[in-house]
Design a binder for this molecule. Structure first.
Ligand code: PLP
Length: 392
């Protein structure tokens, strides 16, 4: 019999919005339609709502509200940071950007576009645990480097990068440092001051906010050429009438995770560890990918020898459990994970790994159900693989 209850373990793809986020958005959509740029009372109320949201998102990352620019999400924030910094650096003659091989497509594809425009892009390898060694970065940067972009936490394996050390190296060479904090914000404390970065990307739907909302933190004094041109919204840094209800929802989500993080993170990590311990104990031929210590509390990436990851994903989905093989943006491509490849894992392992990403709503019962189902599902799929091989 198929299970009807759905278990959602794909919080790195997106998260359910918090109920007070949904209520805020619905209320504002209905009652407060003003344009935040209008002078009259309707506009002033919308502006006050936006200012409040800006303060809430700034508090989440220990930033000043005036340094936050609202965007349509992580992809736009990454584009703005990379394209804006590149264009600003062009007159100075620096034409080199350094990044890591485990970045999200929003960074890697944008850098490929800059490469086509004459920029030199260096994509650095990471170690087997998915960590970029600061010495590797030190060898790659030079006085030609305009920008270094390395993500804070990886979306597939959850590994946290030594951002403060990496940013210091970029600064020694006069380069700017951007970090994509889309997968760390709301999961671990993020302080732009402590990280020592110049630009930081956020996305609302990864921490209980609405889709299509995000922000780019731009350190005071850092010059970016806006790539969204038009009106004077966002202090002329990002044109376009702001989506006030959704951005208010983003602010509520930011406030929520900031207030609950200290309590929720250890609880989520305990559930993640419980899942891993059960899988490693009960399913032979399994291994955890990534850095066991330096990783966000909610993410577990596990290899299952002798299966295709997509087959297990589908088997779990039929069983009512939602997980993923890696980035939601590249799922369906059946390409091996570029992150696991950049970590130097064997080809088979880049194709047989699954990501379980937990959230504040995940329960011990759900984890036990998944851990209880995996041995039989994996064994069945391995049997099918063996049979198919014998028939070949
Ligand atoms: N950066 C990282 C690390 C991500 O995981 C994602 C989404 O999966 C993005 C950027 C893109 O964010 P958005 O979906 O808000 O465009």
């Amino acid at each position: 019999m198929r299970r009807t209850v759905r278990i959602y373990l794909d919080h790195n793809a997106t998260t359910p919005p918090y109920p007070d986020v949904v209520e805020t958005i619905a209320r504002l959509l209905r009652d407060e339609f003003g344009n935040a740029s209008s002078v009259h009372a309707f506009g002033q109320r919308a502006k006050a709502t936006l200012d409040r949201a800006r303060g809430q998102i700034a508090s989440l990352i220990d930033a000043d509200p005036s340094e936050m620019v609202f965007t349509s999400g992580g992809t736009e924030s990454d584009n703005f940071a990379l394209r804006g910094a590149a264009e600003a650096a062009e007159p100075g003659g620096r034409r080199h950007i350094v990044t890591s091989g485990i970045e999200h497509e929003a960074v890697l594809t944008t850098l490929k576009a800059l490469e086509r425009r004459g920029w030199t892009i260096d994509v650095l390898s990471v170690g087997p645990r998915g960590v970029l060694d600061p010495d590797v970065l030190a060898h790659a940067v030079s006085r030609q480097t305009a920008l270094v972009s390395v993500m804070h936490a990886n979306n597939e394996v959850g590994t946290i990068q030594p951002i403060a050390a990496l940013a210091a190296i970029a600064h020694e060479h006069g380069a700017l440092f951007h970090t994509d904090a889309v997968q760390s914000a709301g999961k671990i404390p993020v302080s732009v001051r402590r990280l020592g970065v110049d630009l930081l990307s956020l996305s609302g739907h990864k921490f209980g906010g609405p889709k299509g909302t995000g922000a780019l933190w731009i350190k005071r004094g850092v010059r970016l050429i806006p790539f969204m041109t038009g009106g004077r919204q966002e202090r002329s840094r990002r044109a376009g009438t702001e989506n006030v209800p959704s951005l208010a929802g983003l602010g509520v989500a930011a406030e929520h995770v900031r207030a609950t993080l200290a309590e929720s993170a250890p609880a989520i990590a305990a559930l993640r560890d419980r899942l891993e311990a059960a899988v490693l104990r009960d399913v032979p031929g399994t291994a955890v990918n990534g850095d066991p210590a330096a990783r966000v509390p909610n993410t577990s990436n596990i290899s299952f020898d002798g299966i295709e990851a997509e087959s297990l994903l589908i088997a779990l989905d039929l069983d009512g459990v939602a997980i993923s093989t890696g980035s939601a943006c590249s799922s369906g491509s059946l390409e091996p994970s570029h992150v696991l490849r950049a970590m130097g894992l064997a080809h088979a392992r880049t194709r047989n790994s699954l990501r379980f990403s937990l959230g504040p709503s995940t329960t011990a019962d759900e984890i036990d159900y998944v851990a209880g189902r995996l041995p039989a599902l994996v064994s069945k799929l391995r049997g099918v693989t063996r049979m198919a091989a014998a028939l070949r």
